[in-house]
Write a protein that binds this ligand. Sequence first.
Ligand SMILES: [Zn+2]
Length: 129
Amino acid sequence: MRIPGRVWITIHRVQNRWRDALAVAAGYCNDRPQKTGIPGEGGGYRHWRCALKRRHEGLHRAGNYVWTDDGKTTYLPAPHGSGKEAWQPKKWNRNMTPTMRQSRLWRQWQAEQDRKRAAERRALGEAYS
Ligand SMILES: [Zn+2]
């Protein structure tokens, strides 16, 4: 049976929410570097989650990458070597699918860019008329 794309998006969102809930219940910080999904806000990948324990000190971490509360990511190898200890269990790997909120914010951002470009075109048109 072929599963349509919209259904996959829903399945992946439900999986992500469930795995986020498991991670939080297991005591992980679970912060993400991409909160809004808007270009330029946050870094790293959408499926990254902080694998340190809740209320940890300092930067959030997934493997060899760390990020600030506003999502600015930096490569910083894990202090204990392999970085294996800074991952959540592999079976909880999140999908890259954006949340509904991220999708909505991204659409709003895109519409805003379209309006800005249209205004610039109008302004240019007036300058040459
Ligand atoms: Zn964290």
